[in-house]
Write a protein that binds this ligand. Sequence first.
Ligand code: TYD
Length: 209
Amino acid sequence: MLITFEGIDGAGKSTQVKKLKKHLTEKGHEVLTLREPGGTIVAEKIRDLLLESKHEITPVGELLLFSASRAELVQNVIMPELERNKVVILDRFYDSTTAYQGYGRGLDLQVLERINSISSFGLEPDLTFFLDISPEDALIRKFSEKSIPLAFEENELDRMESSGLAFYQKVRNGYLKLAESNKRFVLLNASEKPHDIHSQIVAKLNAMT
Ligand code: TYD
């Protein structure tokens, strides 16, 4: 089973991934958690290029780098682990590409659909939890986690995070559209307490099985 988590930066995905992993492990499942971009030696190098580099990358270059990282992870890790009947929980998958490079950067959505299908070898998540939060609230949360004041130095942010609030608004709208049109999406209010969000996730999974 493949479960993905989506949302803008600061939505609290990693907390929910950890809680779900603990829950499923206690229920006797073998669980593997991964995050994109990254997860193999080559994919981690691509991650550094994408996030740490302060050099500009064109939107198409960015798209192809995220997709290259995904292809490495899917073929070398995710597919073999799914074949071993593991539950794979993935912090971001190709819906991030649709939201960020499609709705955020403005690349053609039909082209993205094709590239997403190629980079994931046609693999589709069974369930996608979308943690929805406004970019303003996400930013406040992000800074309180890193314990840095809101009057921040720009270099505290990675390359994607430096894209600004208007960009994140477009990304969020993209996610909302995806959630509306895809049955595998579960929309969750990320401003609620982490424990309550986790309960909703567990309830959804219980209803499915
Ligand atoms: P990361 O530090 O993993 O952020 P988060 O904790 O929010 O998941 O950085 C991943 C960044 O890359 C994040 O800003 C989203 C972006 N991204 C894309 O733009 N497209 C993609 O296809 C993926 C997987 C991530």
